[in-house]
Design a protein around this ligand. Structure first.
Ligand code: GH3
Ligand code: MG
Ligand code: MG
Ligand code: MG
Ligand code: MG
Length: 316
């Protein structure tokens, strides 16, 4: 960064402000038995805007990690009484995967095998003590940059670009897992397919951009209706899919009737004109040995019945 943006230039200052703003949202955990080493690393991190959590040993570090899900970076000293840094890195990795936590090992030990040992046990990087402020900052920000890149790639892979809802692939992966868990717990499960009525007419009358706008409004209504435990997705062009746990048959019906009504009464403005849309919803409940493919098939069949019966309805 120093090469790209000369310190003192306006570009550099703007970059620095953005960077500090981002870092404020990142919590970093410093683990070292030496209070002066801890204070040094913590002061550097704070200088660059990070929120710092300190731990004096491995157990305290694991407890901090468990208590605070916003920790994205751990700086881990090797030589500590009790649990050593490498063992701590291994245990951190077993509770936080590489897409959620970067671990940087630090040690003054000259042992030539140490770095590889740290990396093999889950560390992303290593710094030899004493390290310069510049090297520390470069390593830390590269690791955080990498986490952010992974995050945005995950987002691209799992979200639908137009509506921001989870995409079909993400739904299929998550719902397989949710279904297995809920069935084993004997929990009620409803699967729903929702399709916009005469959507082609909206595109034909008001244009494709208006169609996109309507799709986004309906997606927002679906997301707004969903509870935290519900899974929703844009399943295809103008079709949405939902997996809703914990509702008995009549409750599920009322829930989707509520969603249908919510969409019926949406006011979507296109060129100062109000566009009204309705949706048809097919719903089905899981049986004890059910499979996702059968549930989706059955919800789709109910959706077809809803269309045939005149649309704008919930069809169990
Ligand atoms: P029905 O009530 O039977 O569902 O009628 P329909 O017109 O909704 O059904 P049809 O399947 O014939 O048309 C769906 C339309 O949705 C066709 C397609 O152009 C449109 N569509 C799919 N994805 C998008 C999108 O991302 N944006 C826009 N604007 N339109 C889309
Ligand atoms: Mg030490
Ligand atoms: Mg259709
Ligand atoms: Mg349709
Ligand atoms: Mg359709």
């Amino acid at each position: 960064f120093v090469l790209k943006n000369a310190p003192g230039s306006l570009d550099y200052l703007l970059w620095l402000v953005q960077r500090l703003e981002r870092n404020r949202r990142v919590s970093a955990l410093v683990v070292d038995d030496s209070s002066s080493a801890r204070a040094y690393a913590a002061a550097l991190l704070e200088l660059y805007g990070y929120t710092v959590v300190e731990a004096a040993d491995g157990d305290a570090a694991l407890a901090a990690l468990e208590a605070d899900s916003t920790i994205r970076l751990a700086v881990v000293d090797q030589e500590m009484p009790g649990m050593q840094g490498i063992e701590l890195a291994r245990r951190m990795r077993s509770v936080r995967t590489r897409d959620r936590l970067a671990v940087i090992g630090v040690s003054g030990n000259e042992d030539p095998g140490l770095v590889a040992h740290f990396l093999k046990n889950g560390a992303n990087d290593f710094l030899r003590k004493p390290f310069s402020r510049e090297e520390f900052f470069c390593r830390v920000s590269q690791n955080i940059d990498q986490l952010e890149l992974i995050g945005s790639l995950q987002d691209l892979a799992t979200r639908d670009f137009l509506t921001g809802l989870p995409n079909r692939r993400h739904f299929l992966e998550q719902s397989e897992r949710m279904l297995a868990k809920l069935l084993s717990e004997g929990e009620a499960i409803t699967v729903a397919m929702l399709d916009i009525d005469h959507f082609k007419h909206i595109n034909d009358t008001w244009g494709h951009d208006a169609g996109d706008q309507a799709l986004r409004a309906i997606a927002a209504a679906v997301a707004g209706h969903a509870r935290p435990q519900d899974l929703v997705a844009r399943f295809g062009g103008e079709e949405f899919c939902m997996l809703v746990p914990g509702l008995a048959r009549d409750e599920a019906h009322a829930y989707f009737e509520g969603l249908r009504h919510r969409i019926d009464t949406l006011q979507i403005m296109v060129n100062e004109e109000e566009v009204r849309v309705t949706v048809s919803i097919g719903i089905t409940m899981a049986t004890p040995q059910d499979s996702l493919s059968r549930l989706l098939c059955e919800a789709d069949r109910c959706l077809y019945l809803a269309k045939a019966a005149g649309r704008d309805r919930v069809q169990p």
